[in-house]
Design a protein around this ligand. Structure first.
Ligand SMILES: *Cc1c(COP(=O)(O)O)cnc(C)c1O
Length: 371
């Protein structure tokens, strides 16, 4: 048996007609840039998440860059961001000449450690960029308390967090909607993934929404009239057509992920050398990635790969040790939790169309490795 880490073709083959009809409609309409499907999808995302406003952009990284620009995370402004995350959560700040101030993460949730973040605040600190990683959101109650105390703006990187909800003021709020801005990525592997790149900015603030909308078309409010120096970054109409279909099936897809996670937990629970994911935040989780912490992680990884099981290491190198961030003057040992995670975390196959037999096979091989 061969178990892919992720396979987009299964879903396409199951729903081929549905996808083909919607893709043809775009091709026949000839409206490729900001076609009707983009606006339909923005509305559908607002309905699903409860956001007041949504702006489709080219990808999640652009969504972070545009919102960082609007919130003025630039020209020396210091922004608190976790050191254990995907590169784009920090490059958006650095690209605008802002200064990413890395913070260690919680060893269970993998999200930013708010106590550690507070210690790093100076008078130049302007914002905080919490990232909701893999399974659960950042604890937004403590995050917002910190933001209020120090007058920080909040940009939620919810690239991986479509469908996740977090308890805030007694209610479960969809990820990305508590801070000033939130962003989603529709990179193919994401919980709501397209057949190419795609991203979205969400906010409940009308003024920020208008700016974001203008920034995606070169900062214009009227054709060829530019109020800002913006970007060329729009969600592609073909991707929007595909995402409209996928959003219709999203609850079912999330449920299937949960079933796989439950099966992994059951079959792996007695292996001492493995730690299963811990849910600590009061939230409604989504199993975007199923990450175990394993002894002899690299050996286990090679063993699974040699048995034709796809795996992934998120993330092998923490951001403070990336070559391009050498100028920030961090060193090994500065972020002990994140560094430990980088050496022990291993992501197992996880996507809705995975089968029960495949999950069993993966678990059997893991057991065999440790025996
Ligand atoms: C995927 C991801 C992004 C970037 O999204 P793209 O659409 O690939 O540009 C940003 N932040 C995090 C945490 C991500 O996982």
């Amino acid at each position: 048996m061969k178990v892919p880490f992720y396979d987009a073709t299964r879903e396409y083959n199951f729903k081929k007609t549905e996808f083909d009809i919607e893709i043809s409609k775009v091709l026949e309409s000839g409206a490729f840039i900001l076609g009707k499907q983009v606006y339909d999808f923005e509305e559908a995302v607002c309905r699903y998440t409860g956001a007041k406003y949504a702006v489709g952009v080219a990808n999640g990284s652009d969504a972070l860059l545009i919102t960082s620009d609007i919130l003025e995370y630039k020209n020396g402004a210091e922004i608190l961001t976790p050191v254990f995350t995907f590169f784009a959560s920090a490059s958006c700040i650095a690209r605008l000449q802002g200064k990413p101030v890395f913070c260690d993460v919680d060893e269970d949730t993998f999200c930013i450690d708010i106590n550690d973040a507070e210690k790093r605040i100076t008078e130049k600190t302007k914002g905080i960029l919490p990232v909701h990683l893999f399974l659960q959101t950042t604890d937004m109650t403590t995050c917002m308390e910190l933001a209020k105390k120090y007058h920080l703006t909040v940009l939620e990187d919810a690239a991986e967090a479509f469908g996740m909800k977090t308890k805030y003021n007694g209610e479960y709020i969809h990820s990305g909607l508590i801070g000033d801005f939130g962003i989603f990525s529709f990179f193919p592997t994401k919980t709501l993934g397209g057949y190419g790149d795609g991203g979205m900015i969400v906010t409940n603030n009308e003024e920020l929404y208008k700016k974001a909308k203008s920034y995606r078309t070169h900062g214009s409010t009227k054709k060829y009239h530019h109020d800002y120096i913006g970007y060329n970054s729009r969600l592609d109409t073909l991707q929007a057509a595909i995402l409209n279909i996928k959003l219709k099936h999203i609850d079912n897809a999330i449920q299937k992920r949960a079933n796989h996670a439950a099966q992994y937990r059951e079959l792996l629970k007695n292996i001492e050398e493995i730690k299963l994911p811990v849910i600590k935040t009061d939230n409604k989780e989504v199993n975007y990635v199923f990450c175990i912490k394993a002894h002899k992680r690299d050996e286990l990884d090679s063993y699974l790969k040699s048995n034709e099981i796809g795996t992934s290491i998120y993330y092998p190198v923490p951001l403070h040790l990336q070559k391009c961030f050498e100028y920030l003057d961090y060193k090994k040992g500065d972020f002990p939790v994140a560094e430990k995670l980088c050496d022990s975390v291993l992501a197992l196959p996880m996507f809705p169309e995975l089968t029960e037999d495949e999950v069993s096979f993966v678990c059997e091989k893991i057991k065999r490795f440790f025996n």
